[in-house]
Design a protein around this ligand. Structure first.
Ligand code: UGA
Length: 440
């Protein structure tokens, strides 16, 4: 099947390459020519395990190409996926829909014949209906443009796997006449044959599915982090508690990882946009609890800064602090709203001499926070440290040898911000180890 993918950021580039991998002929488009040049050369402009291989394989097979020309998009196919960003608007909680509307404004007047645009971006409820109205206004006489919503649930770090073998496919279609379901069934034929549940609903519900899923995940993390605060004061151990409640399969252990909390380009901005939209709909009370979810999450960052200060004798000035990790989670070079970088930044602003190391996110971190001390290896980062903070749980950090690390630092003090280190091993090597939600 021929299709285009509009927007080649994280979501779009992955979707384009994976649709080609499934055998489709795909043209990706973006207004950013640097991104397009890079993708055409087989270079993924961000770190995503497995994606470079899928990209080059499909470029070479001739099933995948990229362009900045909307004219080519209009000619290439009648099926389009919209995957542009919906970041948090400046000065508000709402999602910025500029890029989404720009696609409709730029593309629709060029279309001829019958087209379907499948929206994949995360948008406030009601957006698809509005886009349909705009598309109806902009389309040429005799041309039809149907807007359907097909939210994306991929996780960074597992983007290829999540796209090729999704755990569900959600499709929101308009009421009345629609061709979107038939077309989507063809697009996702292989995933459906492999057993992925295919759920068809109205557009409003499909938009809500996406934000509800992320809001639920965020709530689950903040729930355990709230309990973690109690554990810290009462002297409990949140990791043992999470194991114990996680065995109840109504609760489940996943996303009960207590620690520095959630960040990234999705969960934080999605819960805020959800609250903002609820307010617009006159239902702000319904989602007031998400404010608390957000606040609990942010408090964990403060807690790590405060704990570091305590461990430095009450004053960070002049103390050498090593922050291991800058990405918002392992297997990603994404530093958007990264808890690790937030902690590193706060420590630095409070006067600590901070050195940061991350296996993949150094370049992105430097762009966002240029004043931190970045070093090229774990060893260099640990050299002379008064306190070490493990902020992103890269495997490399989990595997650190406490004995060897102990020889590099000034003081053997470590804060496990992700609850992943083997406490006995670190204590056995003479370290003073601290962790969120545990009294060690
Ligand atoms: C999230 C969702 O998991 C995806 O399903 C969704 O498609 C995506 O947002 C999106 O909307 O595009 P992602 O942002 O890649 O995916 O990251 P997650 O794996 O969900 O992790 C989010 C954050 O929560 C990370 O900072 C992670 O460190 C943190 N986290 C996760 C915890 O603090 N504890 C946990 O137990 C799990």
């Amino acid at each position: 099947m021929r299709m285009t993918v509009i927007g080649t950021g994280y979501l779009g580039a992955t979707h384009a390459a994976c649709m080609a991998e499934l055998g489709h002929e795909v043209l990706g488009v973006d207004v950013d020519s640097a991104k397009i040049d890079s993708l055409k050369d087989g270079v993924v402009p961000f770190y995503e395990p497995g994606l470079p291989e899928v990209l080059t394989r499909n470029l070479e097979a001739g099933r995948l190409d990229f362009t900045t020309d909307y004219g080519k998009v209009a000619e290439f196919a009648n099926v389009h996926f919209l995957g542009v960003g919906t970041p948090q608007e400046r000065g508000s909680y709402a999602a910025d829909l500029t890029y989404v509307y720009a696609v409709i404004e730029d593309l629709v007047p060029l279309l001829e014949g019958d087209h379907i645009i499948f929206g994949k971006s995360t948008v406030p409820v009601g957006t698809a209906d509005e886009l349909q109205k705009r598309a109806d206004e902009l389309s040429k006489p005799g041309t039809t443009v149907e807007i359907a919503w097909n939210p994306e649930f991929l996780r960074e770090g597992y983007a290829v796997q999540d796209t090729i073998t999704p755990d569900r496919i959600v499709l929101g279609v308009r009421r009345g006449e629609t061709k979107a379901e038939e077309v989507a069934r063809e697009v996702y034929a292989q995933s459906i044959a492999d057993g992925a549940p295919f759920l068809v609903m109205d557009r409003v519900t499909s938009e809500l599915v996406k934000v509800s899923a992320n809001a639920f995940l965020a709530t689950k993390i903040s729930f355990i982090n709230a309990v973690s605060e109690i554990c810290e004061i009462a002297g409990g151990d949140v990791t043992k508690l999470a194991d114990a409640i996680g065995y109840d399969d109504r609760i489940g252990r996943k996303f009960l990882g207590a620690g520095l909390g959630f960040g990234g380009g999705c969960l934080p901005k999605d819960i805020r946009a959800f609250m903002a939209r609820a307010g617009e709909l006159g239902a702000d009370q319904a989602l007031t609890f998400l404010r608390e979810v957000d606040a609990i999450n942010m408090r964990r960052r403060d807690r790590v800064v405060q704990l570091t200060r305590e461990l430095c004798g009450g004053n960070l000035l002049g103390h050498r602090v090593t922050v291991l990790g800058a990405a918002f989670k392992p297997n990603s070079d994404d530093v958007r709203d990264s808890p690790a970088l937030s902690v590193a930044g706060s420590l630095s602003l409070a006067g600590a001499d901070v050195s940061v190391y991350d296996p993949k996110a150094m370049d992105n971190a430097r762009k966002v926070f240029p004043t931190l001390g970045y070093v090229d290896s774990i060893e260099e980062a640990l050299e002379g440290a008064d306190v070490v903070v493990l902020a992103t749980e890269w495997q490399q950090f989990r595997d650190l040898d406490p004995q060897a690390a102990g020889e590099l630092v000034n003081k053997k003090i470590i804060i496990d911000g992700r609850n992943v280190l083997d406490v006995d091993k670190w204590q056995g090597a003479g370290w003073d180890i601290h962790a969120l939600g545990r009294t060690l």
